[in-house]
Design a protein around this ligand. Structure first.
Ligand SMILES: [Mg+2]
Length: 264
C-alpha cells in the first residue's frame, strides 16, 4: 500500500480519466471513529455534512455489516445508497430490499450465539452483539492480558462451527464476526453499487472504496482493476497485508480526503 496523500495527482488523473468518481464508504472506523462499543459509534456533524455535500456532487454509498435499522439510527439521509448486513439489505430513496437467508443458516447463527454466550461470565469486557443474521463478538473493552486466551477460545468454538455450517468467520479490529456464507460480501456490494450508479446516471465513474478492516478486503479485491481502494492503516494493524492500493493513516484523514474531492 502507498500513502494516499503523497499521490493525489495520480488519484486525480484516474478520476478524470474515468469521467468522475463514486464514493463507497464502510461505516465503522471510516465515517465514525472506532468506539468502545458499537452503540457508541457516531458520525460527527462535520462528517455528516461532508458526506451530504459529496452526495450532491457524486454517487455515494455506505456499505456496512450493521443491519439497516441500525445504520439508519447513525445516519439517515435519502441521498446515499445503503448496503447493510454486508449487502444482504439495500435501500435507496426509502425503499428497502432484503435478500432471503435459508432457515437452517439462521438457526446455525442462533446456535453459535448460544455457544459463545457462556464466555460472557468468564471474560469481563466481552460484548456479544446479535445483528439477527450475523453475530459479532467484541473484546475492545477486555483487559489486554485476557485477550490471547479469549481469542484462542473463541477460535476453538467458532472456527470449526463455521466450517460445519457454511458460515464465515472474520476476525479483525478486536471483533469476531460470524455470518452466512451466502455469496454476498462487501465485494459483491461494491460491484452492485458501481453497476447501480452506472445505470442510474448513465455515466462511468471510478469507484473509490474506503475501509478499515478484514471484511473490507473483499471490496478491495473486487475493485482491484477499476477502483481506487483505500485502507485505513491504524497503528494497531502495522504491517498488515491488504488488497488495497492506498492507505490513510487514520480516520481523520477521511474528512481531509472528502474535502479534497469537493474542491476539484
Ligand atoms: Mg469498519
Amino acid at each position: 500500500m502507498k500513502y494516499l496523500f503523497d499521490n493525489l495527482p495520480e488519484i486525480k488523473a484516474q478520476i478524470e480519466k474515468a469521467g468522475g468518481a463514486a464514493l463507497l464508504f464502510d461505516f465503522d472506523g471510516v465515517l465514525s471513529a472506532i468506539a468502545p462499543t458499537p452503540e457508541d459509534a457516531i458520525i460527527t456533524d462535520e462528517y455528516a455534512g461532508l458526506l451530504k455535500k459529496c452526495a450532491a456532487k457524486m454517487p455515494v454509498a455506505i456499505i456496512t455489516g450493521r443491519r439497516m435499522y441500525d445504520i439508519k439510527k447513525k445516519i439517515d439521509t435519502k441521498s446515499v445508497l445503503y448496503l447493510a448486513g454486508h449487502g444482504l439489505e439495500w435501500e435507496e430513496d426509502g425503499k428497502d430490499h432484503v435478500k432471503e437467508i435459508p432457515k437452517e443458516t439462521m438457526e446455525a447463527i442462533r446456535l453459535a450465539e448460544e455457544k459463545v454466550k457462556p464466555l460472557l461470565e468468564r471474560y469481563p469486557g466481552m460484548i456479544l452483539e446479535n445483528k439477527s443474521f450475523t453475530i459479532a463478538v467484541h473484546y475492545r473493552l477486555m483487559k489486554p492480558e485476557l485477550a490471547p486466551v479469549f481469542i484462542e477460545e473463541v477460535e476453538s468454538i467458532l472456527r470449526p462451527f463455521a466450517k460445519d455450517h457454511k458460515l464465515r468467520l472474520d476476525h479483525s479490529i478486536k471483533t469476531f464476526e460470524l455470518r452466512p456464507e451466502v455469496g454476498w460480501d462487501k465485494g459483491d456490494s461494491v460491484l452492485f453499487a458501481t453497476e447501480h450508479f452506472q445505470e442510474r446516471t448513465g455515466k462511468n465513474s471510478a469507484p473509490i472504496y474506503i475501509g478499515d478492516s478484514q471484511t473490507d478486503e473483499d471490496a478491495f479485491a473486487a475493485l482491484e482493476k477499476s477502483g481506487i481502494t483505500i485502507r485505513i492503516n491504524s497503528s494497531e494493524n502495522e504491517n498488515i497485508k491488504s488488497a488495497a492500493k492506498w492507505y490513510m493513516k487514520n480516520q481523520k484523514e477521511v474528512g481531509q480526503f472528502m474535502k479534497w474531492l469537493l474542491a476539484f
